[in-house]
Write a protein that binds this ligand. Structure first.
Ligand code: DQQ
Length: 487
C-alpha cells in the first residue's frame, strides 16, 4: 500500500464510528469536500475528483481529491490530483472544472484563483499525477468588455467537443442583470476565443423560480438533438448557494434555444452537480451534499460534505427529467424485508420493528385514497421524541421532509422542505438513508436530498403512518445496505 493510501485508510478508521458519517456514499478520508470535479471514465474505471481541503473541515485553499472505482459503488482513494502552488495561476486554490480525453491525453481544465482564471493540466500516467501546463492560464479572466459586470466571477469550465471544435462554458454574472454562462471556442484547448453568453438570467424575476445573481458549475448534455443545460445558482452573497437548475433546449449555430426549465433537485442540500458520460451511454450525475450544522460541529466532527449517490439523468417528454439511482447500487443490498397490501389509516399505523436501522434502502408503492396524508417515519427514537417524517399530502400533491423533530440538537438544521409532484394512481418512493443523509426519488422524476442528525444512538425506528384518509401500501421492500468501506 502506498503511503498516501495508508494514511487515507488511517483517517477513515479514525472517523468510522461517527454516527452521522455516511457509510455507502463517497466522502473523503477526512476534512472538507464540496463539488464533484473532472468526472471521467478511463480505461474502464470511473474517476471521481472533488473539491477538497485535506487540512481542515472548512472551505479553504481548495485541492482536487481523487478516487477511483470499477463499479460506481466502491471507491479507492488515490493521491491528491491538484494542489494550489505558489507562483502559479492556481496559487489561491484549484477550484472546480472538468476532465476530457484529448486524443488519448487526459486533460483537466479547472479554475485557478485569485483572480479567477482557467488552467489546464495533463496526465501521462493514467490520471495519477498531473502536469501543469506552462502556458497557464489558458484564459486570464472574463472578456474585457464584460469584466466590470462580472465582478471577476469567472469559474468552473465545462468543455465538450462538436466536430473539430472544442467549446467551453464558464460560470459568471452580469451585474444588475443576472447569472450567465459564457461560451468560448478553441481548436487546441490552449487558445480560446470568446463567442457570446450562451444564456443570461434575469435576477429581477422570482417566478417560477429565482435564478439568482451568479451561475456556476455548468454542464451541457447532448441527448441526440436535445440538450440539457445544468448550472448552480448563487444568490446575492458569495456564500449564498441556492440550488441547481436545468434547462432543456437545442444548440444551433452556437446558440442555445431554451425550451423548458426546472429545479434539478429539491431539499436544499444538493449543489454543484457534475455529470459524466460513461461507456454504457449513460449520463451519471453526482452532487455535493452540504452539511446542515454549525461550523463548530464540523470542526468537532473532523469532516464535512459528502457526495450524493450516482444518479442517471435523462430527458422525459414535456421538458422534465428522469432521475434514478444507478442500478449498480443494488450490490449493496443485504438483509431484505418485503410487505404487501398494508392498509393505513389514522388508527392503524404500521411499525417496521425488524428493519430498524440507519443504513437502509426502501422502495414503496402507495395507492393514495381521497384526501389523505401519509408517509414514512425514519430514525425514530423509542420514545418518539426524535423522528424524521417523509409525508405525502394528496390535496396539495406535496412531498415533504419534516425535520422539526429530526434532532434533539438545536444547532442543526430542522426546517421542512417540500416539492409539488405530478400525482398519479400510484406514488412510488425510493428512499436511501445513510446515517445523516436522506435521499428520496419520487416517481422516478423528482429527487430530494436532505441531512438529518439525530442525537440519540437508538433513533433507528421506522414506521408507516397515515394522518388522514386511507392509503394502501401495494408493496414495500426494505434492504439493509452494506458499507462501501472495508475498515
Ligand atoms: N465551488 C468551487 C467553485 C464553484 C463552487 C470552489 C460551487 O469553483 O463555483 O470550491 O460550489
Amino acid at each position: 500500500m502506498t503511503t498516501s493510501a495508508a494514511s487515507a485508510l488511517a483517517q477513515r478508521k479514525e472517523l468510522a464510528d461517527d454516527p452521522h458519517r455516511p457509510q455507502y456514499h463517497f466522502l473523503p478520508p477526512a476534512n472538507w469536500m464540496n463539488d464533484p470535479n473532472g468526472l471521467m471514465q478511463w480505461k474502464g474505471q470511473y474517476h471521481l475528483f472533488y473539491q477538497y481541503n485535506p487540512y481542515s473541515p472548512v472551505h479553504e485553499r481548495m485541492h482536487w481529491g481523487h478516487a477511483v472505482s470499477s463499479d460506481l459503488v466502491h471507491w479507492t482513494d488515490l493521491p491528491i490530483a491538484l494542489t494550489p502552488t505558489p507562483g502559479r495561476a492556481d496559487a489561491g486554490g484549484c477550484w472546480s472544472g472538468c476532465a476530457i480525453d484529448n486524443h488519448g491525453t487526459p486533460t483537466l481544465l479547472y479554475s485557478g484563483v485569485y483572480p479567477q482564471v482557467v488552467c489546464l493540466a495533463t496526465s501521462a500516467d493514467d490520471l495519477l499525477t498531473w502536469q501543469y501546463y506552462s502556458g497557464n492560464p489558458v484564459i486570464a479572466g472574463p472578456p474585457p468588455e464584460l469584466l466590470a459586470g462580472t465582478g471577476g466571477h469567472f469559474r468552473d469550465p465545462f468543455v465538450w467537443k462538436e466536430g473539430n471544435c472544442w467549446y467551453m462554458l464558464m460560470g459568471s454574472k452580469i451585474e444588475g442583470v443576472g447569472g450567465t454562462l459564457l461560451l468560448y471556442r478553441s481548436l487546441d484547448l490552449t487558445t480560446w476565443e470568446y463567442l457570446h453568453p450562451l444564456l443570461v438570467g434575469d435576477a429581477s424575476k422570482f417566478q417560477p423560480v429565482w435564478t439568482g445573481e451568479m451561475w456556476e458549475c455548468p454542464n451541457f448534455l447532448a441527448f441526440g438533438d436535445q440538450r440539457v443545460l445544468l448550472f448552480s445558482a448563487l444568490g446575492a452573497q458569495e456564500r449564498d448557494l441556492l440550488y441547481p437548475l436545468y434547462i432543456t433546449g437545442a444548440f444551433r449555430d452556437e446558440h442555445f434555444l431554451p425550451l423548458a426549465q426546472g429545479m434539478l433537485v429539491h431539499g436544499g442540500y444538493f449543489y454543484a452537480p457534475q455529470v459524466m458520460h460513461d461507456d454504457q451511454g449513460r449520463y451519471i450525475m453526482w452532487g455535493w451534499l452540504k452539511e446542515g450544522r454549525r461550523n463548530s460541529l464540523l470542526e468537532e466532527a473532523g469532516w464535512a460534505g459528502v457526495m450524493s449517490l450516482p444518479i442517471i439523468v435523462a430527458p422525459l417528454p414535456g421538458g422534465r427529467l428522469s432521475l434514478e439511482p444507478v442500478p449498480e447500487l443494488t450490490m449493496l443490498r443485504e438483509k431484505h424485508w418485503r410487505y404487501e397490501g398494508i392498509e393505513l389509516s389514522r388508527v392503524s399505523n404500521f411499525l417496521l420493528e425488524d428493519s430498524r436501522d440507519d443504513r437502509l434502502e426502501m422502495l414503496a408503492e402507495f395507492e393514495p385514497g381521497q384526501h389523505c396524508e401519509f408517509g414514512v417515519k425514519l430514525r425514530c427514537s423509542p420514545d418518539g421524541q426524535e423522528q424524521t417524517r417523509l409525508v405525502y399530502q394528496s390535496a396539495s400533491q406535496q412531498v415533504t421532509i419534516e425535520r422539526e423533530q429530526s434532532s434533539a440538537n438545536s444547532e442543526v438544521d430542522r426546517g421542512n422542505d417540500s416539492v409539488v409532484i405530478e400525482a398519479g394512481e400510484v406514488l412510488k418512493l425510493h428512499i436511501f438513508l445513510d446515517h445523516s443523509v436522506l435521499e428520496v426519488f419520487v416517481n422516478g422524476c423528482c429527487y430530494l436530498a436532505s441531512r438529518i442528525y439525530p442525537e440519540c444512538r437508538d433513533s433507528l425506528g421506522l414506521e408507516l403512518f397515515a394522518r388522514s384518509g386511507t392509503v394502501r401500501v401495494r408493496s414495500l421492500d426494505i434492504w439493509r445496505l452494506a458499507s462501501i468501506w472495508n475498515i
